[in-house]
Write a protein that binds this ligand. Sequence first.
Ligand code: FES
Length: 101
Amino acid sequence: MKLADVPHGSMRTCVIADREIVICHTREGVFALDNICTHAHARMCEGRLRATRLVCPLHGASFDIRDGRVLGPPAMIPLATHEVRVTDGIITVCLRSAREP
Ligand code: FES
């Protein structure tokens, strides 16, 4: 995915190995997380991105996009994060296995 396709403050999704990923571009950098909320089955890309806080559209749980940790309930389980590299304007995501935290 091109960095230019994900302006500051926005999100885009992609599917890698049957796993839906949301890519978030903020002043802090570019981050990639699982796109499905750990509380129920909501797509995080349909929520709000406020700085480094990603808010679920269904029940309002929030997560830190830098490490996936829960910032606000009702979710209790962090979102999985994935390594991101940006080279020559291209975003590359290195998928973390589903078993890794
Ligand atoms: S589905 Fe995300 S907070 Fe409930």
